[in-house]
Write a protein that binds this ligand. Structure first.
Ligand code: BES
Ligand code: MN
Ligand code: ZN
Length: 495
């Protein structure tokens, strides 16, 4: 899709459809008033019929317009005539895009940038419009013979004003970069496990490195990891015919000596559970167990495209978790790269085995902060559902900045406590740590496990088990938490 900005009067913009907001009690914005005048009072006439009151999310498509430039007008309700909440802004936006589904509309002008949103500037509005459009029209067709999708939108023109143009341009550039990052993340996540293997992910990362000169990508093979002593990570891939990889994406946009932000993403391209085999229903969704890794790739793409003045390291440990004659067995004891021994009480708690060695590996980059993202625990879904991602960490300042970014990006987080009392649950009679902490507080004990490998830096852990994809009829990857991470990076770069 092509995204652009226009500052001219609405009736000069050539399009198949113009998206125009209407406030509650049928009040028109200034630009809507002038369009009403140039279309022989069309909008007022439609409103007079009472088909739309202006409640948030209501829509009416006007299919015939007395105008040489505009073919259709989609009226969308905004709610009360005052600055919109960020949620209502997105709701109105989403409702408008949904009404363009299954139409032939190809060129769209979106004027919702015109309405005030409390606490947000023109850059935010433009960024959100791009992100929500791109997200809504995304459909995974790679593996279908018929590649037709529900939308025909090819061009989106967002309105701006001379005063706001600089901010709008900034928002457009960032929105496009983030949307592209989200698209890559969703695409990789939606690919099936037989196509998106650890080797495939590594190739995709290397291809990203070829596209962006600021991005250096390298891949460690199992033999390299053996030399590093990554006994926990390698124990998981031993049960699979696919070799594990450890992908490093090194983005150098900042000064040479500034400490990097390290992002680590869990990259299980399929998690069958290993010998502690998962149940059959819904097991297909464990192709999504690489969403953390895919989000690291998507976020680095966005950062490189935005040319952020930061140094960022992306690390993606990737493997399958399968049952096999050589797989981990319950009771096995592993030695991690950090030297700590781990008793595997459940082979399905494999994510933390990959992450712990990757956290240790992250030390060599002398990180400013380390943030890991992982579809780590089903318990996170029980605790928080599919609304926020879980957040745990050893540094309040880092957690607070992530929460602030999550609010701006509309990609929410909720912090859970990482109190030492929970560490009790990880005691093992035979090794330094058990890899599971029993049925209580599963998300917290998983983070407690990781905390033993994150003692030497500021660290936050995002459990994205409930947010990285949707189940049911609408099954598909969401691209979260790329929006929140991109916002965090933007804030780090410019605040
Ligand atoms: N990838 C899963 C977590 C998961 C399950 C995410 C369902 C989303 C939906 C992870 O590897 C796992 O299997 N975790 C176990 C941990 C348990 C054995 C302590 C789980 O959640 O059941
Ligand atoms: Mn598992
Ligand atoms: Zn897993």
């Amino acid at each position: 899709m092509d995204y652009s900005l226009e500052t001219g009067p609405l009736d000069t913009l050539l399009c198949d459809c113009l998206i125009l907001g209407v406030y509650q009690d049928q009040q028109l914005s200034t630009s809507a008033k002038s369009l009403n005048e140039s279309t022989q009072e069309l909008i007022k006439k439609i409103l007079a019929r009472g088909d739309i009151a202006g409640k948030n999310g209501e829509t009416v498509l006007i299919n015939a317009v007395p105008s040489k430039t505009i073919d259709r007008i989609l009226l969308v309700g905004l709610g009360e005539n005052q600055p919109l909440t960020t949620k209502n802004f997105r709701k109105a936006l989403l409702a408008s895009i949904n009404s363009l589904k299954k139409t032939t509309i190809s060129t769209v002008v979106c004027n919702l940038s015109d309405c005030a949103v409390s606490g947000m500037d023109g850059a935010w509005k433009t960024r959100q419009i791009v992100e929500v459009f791109s997200d809504t029209v995304y459909q995974f067709t790679t593996c279908k013979t018929n590649k037709e999708t529900d939308y025909n939108i090819k061009q989106l023109i967002i309105t701006s004003t001379d005063n706001e143009l600089t901010l709008s341009e900034q928002g457009l550039q960032q929105g496009k970069a983030i949307a592209e990052g989200i698209n890559l993340t969703k695409y990789l996540a939606d690919l099936p496990g037989n196509i998106c293997t650890p080797s495939f992910l590594a190739e995709q990362a290397l291809a990203l490195g070829k596209t962006y000169s600021t991005l250096d990508v390298s891949v460690l093979e199992e033999a390299d990891m053996e030399k590093l002593g990554m006994g926990a990570l390698l124990s998981v891939s031993r049960g699979s015919r696919q070799p594990a990889k450890l992908i490093t994406l090194n983005y150098q946009g900042g000064e040479k000596n500034t400490k990097p932000i390290v992002l680590i993403g869990k990259g299980l391209t399929f998690d069958a559970g290993g010998i502690s085999l998962k149940q059959a229903p819904g097991m297909d969704e464990m192709k999504y167990d690489m969403c953390g890794g895919a989000s690291v790739l998507g976020t680095l793409l966005a950062a490189a495209q935005m040319k952020l003045p930061l140094n960022i390291i992306g690390l993606v440990p990737t493997s399958e978790n399968m049952p096999d004659g050589d797989a981990n067995k319950p009771g096995d004891i592993l030695t991690s790269m950090a030297g700590k021994t781990i008793e595997v009480l459940n082979t399905d708690a494999e994510g933390r085995l990959l992450l712990c060695d990757t956290l240790t590996y992250a030390e060599r980059f002398n990180p400013d902060v380390v943030i890991d993202l992982a579809t780590l625990t089903g318990a996170c879904l029980v605790a928080l559902g599919r609304v926020p991602s879980g957040l745990l960490g050893n540094n309040d300042e880092l957690c607070d900045s992530l929460i602030a970014a999550s609010i701006t990006a509309n990609d929410s987080l909720w912090r859970l406590p990482l109190w030492e009392e929970y560490q009790e649950q990880l005691k093992s009679n035979f090794a330094d740590l058990a890899n599971v902490g029993g049925k209580d507080a599963g998300t917290i004990t998983a983070a407690c496990f990781l905390s033993h490998f994150a003692e030497n830096f500021n660290w936050a852990h995002l459990d994205i088990a409930g947010t990285a994809w949707r189940s049911g009829n609408n099954k598909g990857a969401t691209g979260r938490p790329v929006p929140l991470l991109s916002q965090y990076l933007i804030n780090r770069a410019y605040d």
